[in-house]
Write a protein that binds this ligand. Structure first.
Ligand code: NAI
Ligand code: MG
Length: 484
């Protein structure tokens, strides 16, 4: 590597007061799981044990749902809306006050760079609570009639890629609408949800309004199948999303499912190339590529492909991979050994099927789970790396000749979560956006999020929307439906 080396600038972990063990958060208190079972959560950058976590089974889920039901009928759904709003504002403010602590715990448990948890995950999570606090007493404008009602008790299951942010996407609208929740964080990243449980205590949120149950897929399935929940809100793999859809199909439960993606990032030949390169890097290497809406399929107009790829490789050589707690780090650890194995497995099919792999020279730490930033060129639409979600720092590059061919290739996927368009011409951007089958489309930027903006997909990317008025509506029902 040429030029100056950065001195390391590690964030201190002194602020992260991680306990040796955590119970389940049920009815406002931390309690041991009935059968006393636990599992470990580790730091994926070092493989060190962070804490022992309570493992919830059916009995614990039942207690959590009962506590949520009682809180729903006796307290939360009866409370004047503006009072509910005050609790959400209070939670948002405490999250801001404790932002550094949240950021450090998130990075230790997840492996993402501290720069990202500090500047993206935690501020956006607080912003979701602020945004929905404002909605609490204005629900009649949410688009579900003049007297909307909460749906009841909601079972929420979230993944490991944005642990606190996904919690906020789920809990903030549910509570604003007057529902109570039982939330299950992912098994590799439970810590910020447990810290959030402490925030609920600090905010004196009435007992049982928020319950946090930790465990794995079996715990999640027990929550989905509990007879007394009214709605399931899930973010995770398409495979599990389909299983959930099947298991609630003969019930009255409703569901929002936020699933996978294989987003096309389309660069037309009139695009500003340097800006596009930054957007491509952000689109696939942000959060190690563990992003459902990642721009994982780069579609380049053929006449600019060589120039752009050269610039992209140069830019990728500057990506700093390593200690997530270092404030200079761009690409942190892969969240788990299982995920690393999945990235290897799918990426290796790229080599086997004839695509050309390139990674910049970079030294990976010896402990922990790591994957270098990688691009594959010469990818065709039939390759597995062009069709399946790799969920890692791996970009598949395809080319197109005419704009129409670009759109056709972009839409040739079972997913439809997001897309990016890079062009200097507003008319071309609008023309392309109109034809792309994707729930979120960014123009001359990528991976921008806002609580007011609905998020969600077409086809196998899921059902429903989260965020904004549309997401809120998913937690409400019109009076007519409730009174039946
Ligand atoms: P997953 O879908 O198995 O896990 C997500 C959450 O669902 C976790 O909390 C998990 O405990 C829970 N869960 C697992 N099985 C369940 C079941 N039968 N019923 C209810 N809840 C269940 O995802 P996993 O195994 O962590 O990752 C596998 C692949 O899924 C990744 O490689 C990636 O491609 C994709 N994925 C996509 C995400 C997205 O945001 N679109 C997030 C996480 C994973
Ligand atoms: Mg962990």
């Amino acid at each position: 590597m040429s030029g100056f080396e950065y001195a390391s600038a590690p964030e201190s972990n002194a602020i992260a007061n991680i306990a040796n063990s955590y119970g389940l958060f049920i009815n406002g208190k931390f309690v041991d799981p009935k059968k006393g079972k636990t599992f470990n959560t580790i730091n994926p950058a070092t493989e060190e044990l962070l804490s022992k976590i309570g493992y919830a089974d059916k009995l614990d889920i039942d207690l959590a749902v009962k506590s949520a039901r009682l809180a729903f009928t006796k307290v939360w759904s009866k409370m004047p809306a503006k009072e509910r709003g005050k609790y959400l504002y209070r939670i948002a403010r405490i999250m801001q006050e404790r932002a550094r602590e949240f950021a450090v715990v998130e990075t230790l448990d997840n492996g993402k760079p501290i720069r990202e948890s500090r500047d993206t995950d935690i501020p956006l999570a607080a912003a979701h609570f602020f945004y929905h606090a404002g909605w609490a007493d204005k629900l009649e404008y949410a688009g579900v009639g003049s007297k909307p009602k909460p749906v009841g008790v909601v079972g929420q299951i979230i993944p490991w890629n944005f642990p606190l942010l996904m919690l906020a996407w789920k809990i903030a609208p549910a509570l604003a609408a007057g529902n109570t929740v039982v939330l299950k964080p992912a098994e590799t990243t439970p810590l910020t949800a447990l810290l959030f449980a402490q925030v609920c205590q600090q905010a004196r949120l009435p007992e049982g309004v928020v319950n946090i149950v930790t465990g794995d897929g079996i715990t999640g399935a027990a929550l989905v199948n509990h007879p007394d929940i009214n709605k399931v809100a899930f973010t995770g793999s398409t495979e599990v999303g389909k299983a959930i859809a099947r298991s609630i199909s003969a019930t009255k439960k409703s569901a929002t499912l936020e699933l996978g993606g294989k987003a096309a990032n389309l660069v037309f030949d009139d695009a500003a190339i340097d800006e596009a390169v930054e957007g491509i890097v952000n689109g696939i290497f942000f959060n190690q590529g563990h992003v459902c809406c990642a721009g994982s399929r780069l579609l380049l107009q053929e006449n600019i492909a060589d120039e752009l790829l050269e610039k992209l490789k140069k830019r990728m050589s500057l990506i700093r991979v390593g200690d997530p707690m270092d404030k200079n780090t761009d690409l942190g650890a892969i969240n788990s050994k299982e995920q690393l194995n999945r990235i290897h497995e799918i990426s290796n099919t790229g080599d086997a099927e004839g695509a050309k792999r390139w990674s910049p020279e970079c030294k990976l730490p010896s402990k922990g789970f790591w994957y270098p930033p990688t691009i594959f060129t010469g990818v065709s639409q039939s390759h597995r790396i062009a069709r399946e979600e790799i969920f890692g720092p791996v970009l598949s590059v395809l080319t197109f000749r005419t704009p129409a061919e670009g759109i056709e290739k972009a839409n040739n996927t079972m997913y439809g979560l997001s897309a990016g368009i890079w062009s200097d011409k507003g008319s071309k951007v609008l023309w392309a956006a109109k034809q792309l089958k994707a729930g979120v489309i960014w123009s001359n930027t990528f991976n921008k999020f806002d609580p007011a903006s609905p998020f969600g997909g077409y086809k196998e990317s899921g059902w429903g929307r989260e965020g904004g008025r549309h997401g809120l509506a998913g937690y409400l029902t019109s009076e007519a439906r409730v009174s039946k």
